[in-house]
Structure formats: C-alpha cells, structure tokens
Design a protein around this ligand. Structure first.
Ligand SMILES: [Zn+2]
Length: 375
C-alpha cells in the first residue's frame, strides 16, 4: 500500500495537508492533477509542466486502449517513457467515457461493450480488462472500472449501478497483479445520501490504496454536489487519500478542500483556455472581449507565470482574434499555473492553521464569476 501521511489539519474545517509517496515521486496534497487524456496535457510539453507546478498527469484508459493501444506501452516501457513525463501518473478506468456514449455501448455484468471510434470494431472494457490495460500503461495510480449513471436517474437505477460498481471494484482488486501500482475504489450512489453511505461503508472494508468520490458533475446541482462531497469525504478513512473526480471550478476545489478532499482533476483550465477564458486571482477573464484591444496590463497582476510575466492582455486578445495556436497555449499555461498556485497556497494555509479564513477570502473574490455572470 502506498504510504500516505497527513501532515497537518486545519483547526476550523476538515481540510488537511498530506503527502502520498509513489514510485515516480511524492504527491503533496491537496493537489490538482492535469488532465492528459491521450498521454498529452494539451498544448503543454513535460518541460512546461515542470515550470507550472504540475505534480501528477491524468491519463485515460478508454482512450489509450484504443490508441495507441496497450501493446505500444508494453513494448515501449510504459507511459512515463512514452510521453517523457518522469512524475506520477494516474489513469482513470474509462467508466465515465463509456457512460458518455449511450448510443454506442451496452453494459452488462461482464463489462461494457462499445464501438471504438478509431477502428469501428467492438471492444470489451471489463474490470479485468481495464486493470490489464492500466497495468500495461504503467500508471502509478489505477482506478477501478465503475458504472456511472446520470445524477437525475431514479433511485433504483442509482442503487443498481452502485451495487455493480462494488462488484466490479472487487473484481478489479482481484485482477491487480502489480502492487507497485496503487488502486483506488470509487464511491458511487448519485445524490442519494443513504446510497453514498452504503457505498463508502462497503468499499472501505477492502484494501484499496485510496478512495474517490465519483458520479458527480453529471447533471447534479452545485448544492447537491457539495452536500454529497462533504458527506462522502466524512465517511472515508482518515489514513487514505480522497479524490473528487472531475470537479471543478476554483470555488468547487476550495469548498471540497474544506470538506477534507485531497485530490482533484478537471478539464476546465485546459478546455476553457481554447475559448480564451482565463482563471485569475480576481475571477474569470474572457480575453476575446473587445475591452482587451488596448489593454497593456497583464492577464493577472498577481500571477508570476511565463504568460503573465511576458505578455499584455492586448497581445493575448490579438492571438485569439487571429486564431493563432499560441493563444490557447499561453492561456493553458496560465490556467494550470493558477490552479497549482491555488493548491500550493491552500497547502501553506492548512500548515499555518488558517485555511478556513484563506478559503473565505479567496471565495469572496472569485466566486461571483461562477454563477453565470459575464466574465
Ligand atoms: Zn499567469
């Protein structure tokens, strides 16, 4: 089992500062993990990641089993060598991607059969197959295959998916051969508190290296998401890392840290960069707006990333207007740097016993931008 130590607790919340040791280095928590679905953090080379504070890259089993395929990883020595990233890698199992393909897949007790978008052939993603592919990829942290359902599903549907997720979790545990790769289970149960309690109680009876909170940000409201996160985090063992999957905005992360979550991933900082939307210390900024045409100032005066040190808002606006690929790249670097700095500040605030006050102050400056107001 991977060593995980809690180094400090915040006295006014459930926030905690920890460290997880992996074969490719330590992970200081709370941590934001960069989404690198296809063994690439879009627009960023590994040397860039080293400068912006990235600790973990998150690959995806569903995409990587289709292309390049597990045989490439077996022959070339795993994902770290393949993509030139020496640090820790976590692989998602592919459950969420299967859930996102309702018209092209069937899910049975065996696993999910789906048509591959690269070859139009039918593929089986079972718990055993997911572990086999993740073993070939060579990630430091593997995830069990889970059955995701929409948060608006009825309770019997959520209950059935949760029970199947539990059976699949045990099959994943039995299929794991390499104990140098950690395996995290995923708590399911939609937005029904009693199901979340059952799920956490069942999974924590088994020797998983960590526990994730899954099945959120799929149709649930923000209030439901926060309530389920707080409830689930409280039910998970203190001595194991807690990972909130696929969530979210900077305020989402701050609130989840307050609830005791350690690990995060989300596509927002990279996906919104394509649209010229930046996360800053004062909230979101939309660089495509004409108000930026003559702005000599930087994107975020409080940011020390290479984008903010070097370029004006006017230049970034120009790049987006011309559809120059440099625009999304520079904003991606800034956005990821912003997320990593937010986590680094959070870690220091927890160590100082002042996280609740830090989170409140941050939320007062950035939260208003997350409620549909213009950037
Ligand atoms: Zn910046």
């Amino acid at each position: 089992m991977f060593p995980f130590v809690v180094l400090a607790h915040d006295p006014a919340s459930r926030a905690r500062r920890g460290a997880l040791t992996t074969p490719h280095g330590p992970i200081e928590t709370p941590v934001f993990m960069d989404v690198g679905t296809r063994a690439s953090v879009t627009n960023c080379a590994p040397a860039d990641l080293a400068t912006i504070g990235t600790q973990v890259v998150l690959g995806n089993t569903y995409h990587l089993m289709l292309r390049p395929g597990p045989e490439v990883f077996r022959k070339l020595g795993g994902i770290h060598t393949f993509m030139g990233w020496p640090g820790p890698v976590l692989t998602d199992s592919g459950g969420f991607q299967i859930f996102s393909l309702p018209e092209h897949r069937t899910v049975t007790e065996e696993g999910a059969r789906f048509k591959g978008y690269t070859d139009q052939q039918m593929h089986l993603l079972s718990p055993e197959r997911s572990i086999e592919v993740q073993t070939a990829i060579g990630s430091d942290i593997m995830m069990v295959l889970d059955e995701c359902v929409d948060s608006t599903s009825d309770e019997p549907t959520m209950h059935a998916a949760m029970d199947r997720t539990h059976r699949w979790a045990l099959r994943s545990l039995a299929a794991r051969k390499n104990t140098q790769q950690a395996l995290f289970a995923i708590v399911q149960g939609g937005v029904v508190p009693s199901l979340r309690q059952q799920s956490a109680a069942f999974l924590t009876e088994h020797p998983f290296d960590g526990f994730a909170i899954g099945g959120l940000a799929v149709g649930d409201t923000r209030k439901e998401r926060e309530d389920v996160t707080a409830l689930s985090a409280e039910l998970l063992p203190a001595g194991r890392p807690r990972y909130l999957m696929g969530v979210g905005t900077p305020p989402d992360l701050l609130r989840a840290i307050l609830a005791g979550v350690d690990m995060f991933d989300c596509i927002l900082p990279t996906s919104l960069a394509w649209q010229g939307i930046a996360f800053t210390s004062t909230g979101r900024v939309r660089l495509t707006r004409s108000a930026n045409v003559l702005r000599e100032d930087t994107l975020d005066a409080a940011c020390a990333c290479s984008t903010c040190v070097t370029f004006s808002r006017a230049y970034l606006h120009h790049l987006f207007k011309c559809r120059e690929p440099l625009g999304p790249r520079l904003v991606t670097l800034h956005n990821l740097h912003y997320y990593h700095e937010l986590m680094a500040h959070s870690r220091r605030a927890i160590e100082a016993g002042a996280f609740a006050a830090f989170a409140k102050e941050q939320l007062s400056r950035i939260d208003r931008h997350e409620h549909g107001l213009p950037c």
